[in-house]
Design a protein around this ligand. Structure first.
Ligand code: MG
Length: 281
């Protein structure tokens, strides 16, 4: 094996279970690395313990808990909002406008909603994703109920996981922090005290449309600070206020957006992983 290939092999193994130079116990034993005389798994093309089944892709976890793993797309690393933009307003015959760079504030490793500047969205589009995003309410409060620390993670720019200061802030249950807004309250209120950082980990399964007609709804799994809020919950439709949200056909991939609800809220450490199915190295 050439030096380069050796180095590549060594790199490949750094995140795996194998040790490149393991210490072997005196009673070291060997085991088959797969079989081809076993039954086929129901609904799969693979046999039980199939020796030919592809090995999953190696992904190196971050050195820090909550940090982006090796295959993540980092959307904010503490420095700038170059991955984000403010969308153009709806087409207007008199005035043409294009998407523009966001004017949200970046400081001290986080960014903050600039009230009234507009909802921001990613330049890239996403379908099924794992999303990590951290947020904090400001220590100063600007109102109560839905005016207290309101923002939101808008998956595909239209399905909202609510961001709200829910520390001693009564509001309707399906509008508090972690709610699938207007549809499902979080299973528990796991929000930290005002001003402290919260972390969302979200698994998003995009809805599927055929010619604008819904053929499979979206599903959301949400953790707040490591605590389960939604367990692959079916999403009823788009985010809506005082009416039942409905699905409106859209592309398989759409930008991720963060809501400007006219009060400051802070975000940091934002990354996504595009999700794929089993046996797709
Ligand atoms: Mg909101």
């Amino acid at each position: 094996m050439a030096g380069g290939a050796l180095a590549a092999a060594a790199l490949l193994w750094t995140a795996g279970a194998a040790d490149p130079d393991p210490v072997k116990a005196p009673n070291f034993r060997t085991s088959a690395t797969g079989y081809n005389d076993t039954p086929v798994l129901p609904g799969q093309k693979w046999k039980v313990h199939d020796i030919d089944r592809p090995q999953p892709t190696v992904v190196t976890p971050s050195a820090k808990p909550g940090g982006p793993p090796s295959d993540a797309i980092v959307l904010f690393d503490g420095k700038d909002l170059s991955q984000w933009e403010i969308p153009a307003p709806p087409p207007n015959r008199k005035k043409k406008a294009a998407a523009r760079p966001t004017s949200w504030k970046v400081e001290n490793g986080y960014f903050e909603v600039a009230p009234g500047a507009g909802t921001i969205r990613t330049r890239q589009k996403f379908g099924d994703i794992q999303l990590h995003i951290e947020w904090a309410s400001t220590p100063v409060i600007y109102g109560d109920s839905q005016w207290r620390g309101n923002s939101g993670v808008l998956l595909m720019s239209r399905y909202e996981i609510q961001v709200l200061d829910s520390d001693h802030n009564p509001t309707y249950a399906d509008g508090m922090a972690g709610a699938i807004y207007g549809q499902w309250p979080p299973l528990v209120n796991a929000v930290r005290k005002r001003g402290e950082w919260n972390a969302y980990d979200i698994v998003w399964e995009a809805p599927k449309f055929d010619g604008g007609k819904l053929v499979r709804p979206a599903f959301a799994t949400v953790f707040l600070n490591g605590i389960l809020l939604h367990n692959r919950q079916e999403v009823i439709g788009e985010m809506a206020h005082r009416v039942v949200g409905v699905y409106k056909g859209h592309e398989p991939e759409e930008p991720l957006a963060l809501q400007d609800h006219d009060v400051p809220v802070r975000y940091r450490n934002v990354w996504v992983r595009r999700l794929k199915g089993y046996d797709q190295p």
